[in-house]
Every structure is written in structure tokens, then in C-alpha cells.
Design a protein around this ligand. Structure first.
Ligand code: TYM
Length: 332
């Protein structure tokens, strides 16, 4: 099977540094070595309420973020999920392959709904089946994601394997996750034990990709830390969750190891470290913010990228979906 990369992000607003370091930046880097398909997963986004106009704006914003982070729509296929009907069709088949017990174990669903399970949409519950369909509709072999998606990718492998076994075929590959570098798990700036997330009510918990330099500086200045100086080795950060997170963000942005960052700042306090981190974050993010702002002024261009990407994606998906339908026994 050819090496093919698939990944996606939800257009639910507030694209942030975690999305960039855990996903978008790696997507851009993979483009020269793989055939890459990058999707704005609008069908996933509506598992929680999105007003139609917000969804349109956020879909364009997510597309702008991918491109600004270096995804080249000429090299890679870039499209929004709902344009390619095969995602929904294959998801239905996978709803019939996946077991209730498997979905009951999904920690992201449990975290998201908390005590409010009865009121969650059914779509949110079967979301991992749709995610498996996204990937396997293209027989993707590699999926670059942040660490929080690991369990969903294990489920994707289970679905592929059960489908192959049940029908006695070797149709779907067992997809490998690509969880790359120091930015695979960026934590909240307010709480080092919580993931940086677009749904955190505190703006100070995350750096958004459209924050300007002053806002980035303010958020880093206000980031929670401790009074201890930095040790010479990352292992000696021990259980200092916030310190670890800031060192990890620095390492990811500078493309260094955490040990190298600690060696450079050994004995320094967070006052100095935060200044250096701010300079580094602004230097990395300012060009992305500018490019996103430029692209968002040109929705016609964004829409044309998504349309063309949708056509290219569909051309790959259609024969695979036909093969699946034939295996399942659907007459056509
Ligand atoms: P989503 O939209 O929550 O996030 C998009 C990508 O950003 C990564 N990410 C992070 N990485 C590091 N630190 C963080 N704090 C952080 N927050 C988010 C995510 O791991 C992800 O890679 N279910 C997926 C979207 C999806 C998908 C797919 C992904 C749908 N179908 C098929 C891959 C393949 C999601 O909700 O990502």
C-alpha cells in the first residue's frame, strides 16, 4: 500500500498553539515525503451545536490556519469533510462494525459530557466511528495528531481489523499514528495538568493563532509558574507541571529537546525564561497570524481551495467506497 497521510481538525473556533505544535506544523513537514490529505472536519464540529454562520466562518478560519502553518494546497489535498459524501456512508458501515463496549471506553466522550450524558448528541457518541471513516475512506497509512487523539486511532485500527476479519478481506490498512515532537501535548497556561483547549472558558489558558504580539506577551506573562529556578536537566523538573509545560512549548517552538532548553536556562527564574519564550513565540507565530488575516480577507480563494480539494479527495474515495460496498454486499 502506498504511504498516505490523513489528518483533520474541527472548525469549532479558537485555533491555538496546541493545534499548531501538535498537528498543523507537522502536517506541513510531512508534505514532501507523503501523499497528504488534510480535512476540515465540519461534520465532526456539529456533534455540538454550531450556528450555521459561525460554522461557515470557522471552516474558512481553519482552512486559513492550515495554509498559514505551511500546508500547501498544491502539494496536499485540503478540503472540508461534508463535501465528500463517502465520509458519512462509510461511517454508517463502521457504526455497524464498532461495538458499544468499544465506544463506552472512549475517554474524550466521557470527559466532554461529564454528568450530562443523557443530553449529549448521539453524533458525539459515535464520533470515533466517523473519525475512523475519515481515515480509512482513503486507506491512509499514517495519521499525524496530538497525543489526545491516540485512543481514537487505536479504535480506528480495531475497526479496520474487525472489518477485515468479518468479511475475510485485507481491505483496510492498520493505520499508524504519528505523534511527533515536544509539542504533542501542550497544556493550559493556567493549569499544567489540563490540555490547552479551544473550549476552555479562560482566554488566558491558551495562545490563539490569531493573537497579536501584545496579547501573546500578556498571556505568557500571566501564565502560572512556580518560584523555583530551572534545573539543568528536564528530568529534574519532577512534578512541576506548569514549568514542564513552558519548557516543552519552548522546546517545540525552537525545535530543541527539553534537556537542551534546561541546559540553556539552568539556574534562571521564570521572569527571564518567560521573556525569552515570548520572543520565540512571537517570532514563530507572527507570520502565521499575518498570513491567516490576509487569507481571511479572501474567502473566495479559500472556498476555491476547498472545492478543488474536495474534488481530488472524492476521486480517491469513490473507488475505495465502491470496493467496500461490494465486499459488504450492497447491490449497485
Ligand atoms: P481537534 O480539532 O481537537 O484538534 C486538531 C489537532 O490538534 C491536536 N491538538 C493538540 N496537540 C497538542 N496539544 C494540544 N493541547 C492539542 N489540542 C489539540 C489534536 O491532537 C489534533 O491532532 N478528532 C479530531 C479531528 C479528526 C481527525 C480525524 C484527526 C476528525 N477526523 C481523522 C485525524 C484523523 C479532533 O477533534 O481534533
Amino acid at each position: 500500500m502506498t504511504n498516505r497521510v490523513f489528518s483533520g481538525a474541527q472548525p469549532s473556533g479558537n485555533m491555538h498553539l496546541g493545534n499548531y505544535l501538535g498537528a498543523f506544523r507537522n502536517w506541513a513537514r510531512l508534505q514532501d515525503d507523503y501523499e497528504c490529505i488534510y480535512c476540515v472536519v465540519d461534520m465532526h464540529a456539529i456533534t455540538v451545536w454550531q450556528s450555521p454562520q459561525d460554522l461557515i466562518n470557522q471552516t474558512r478560519e481553519a482552512t486559513a490556519a492550515y495554509i498559514a502553518a505551511g500546508v500547501d494546497p498544491k502539494k496536499s489535498i485540503l478540503f472540508n469533510q461534508s463535501r465528500v459524501p463517502g465520509h458519512a456512508e462509510l461511517a454508517w458501515i463502521f457504526n455497524c462494525v464498532a461495538r458499544l463496549g468499544w465506544l463506552n471506553r472512549m475517554t474524550q466522550f466521557k470527559d466532554k459530557v461529564g454528568k450530562n450524558r443523557e443530553n449529549a448528541s448521539v453524533g458525539l457518541y459515535v464520533y470515533p466511528d466517523l473519525m475512523a471513516a475519515d481515515i480509512l475512506l482513503y486507506k491512509a497509512t499514517h495519521v499525524p495528531v496530538g497525543e489526545d487523539q491516540k485512543q481514537h486511532l487505536e479504535l480506528t485500527r480495531d475497526i479496520a481489523q474487525k472489518f477485515n476479519n468479518d468479511y475475510g478481506v485485507e481491505l483496510f490498512p492498520l493505520t499508524e499514528p504519528l505523534i511527533l515532537g515536544e509539542g504533542a501535548r501542550v497544556m493550559s497556561l493556567r493549569n499544567g495538568n489540563q490540555k490547552m483547549s479551544k473550549s476552555d472558558p479562560s482566554e488566558y489558558s491558551r495562545i490563539n493563532l490569531n493573537d497579536d504580539a501584545d496579547t501573546i506577551a500578556l498571556k505568557i506573562r500571566k501564565a502560572k509558574t512556580d518560584p523555583e529556578p530551572l534545573p539543568g536537566k528536564a528530568a529534574d523538573l519532577g512534578d512541576r507541571a506548569e514549568a514542564k509545560n513552558l519548557v516543552g512549548i519552548y522546546a517545540a517552538l525552537a525545535d530543541m529537546s527539553r534537556d537542551a532548553v534546561c541546559a540553556e536556562f539552568e539556574g534562571k527564574g521564570f521572569g527571564d525564561f518567560k521573556k525569552a519564550l515570548t520572543d520565540l513565540a512571537v517570532a514563530n507565530l507572527a507570520p502565521i497570524t499575518e498570513e491567516m488575516a490576509r487569507l481571511e480577507k479572501d474567502p473566495a480563494y479559500i472556498d476555491s481551495v476547498l472545492k478543488e480539494g474536495g474534488e481530488r479527495a472524492n476521486a480517491i474515495a469513490e473507488p475505495i467506497l465502491s470496493e467496500v460496498k461490494q465486499v459488504v454486499g450492497f447491490l449497485s
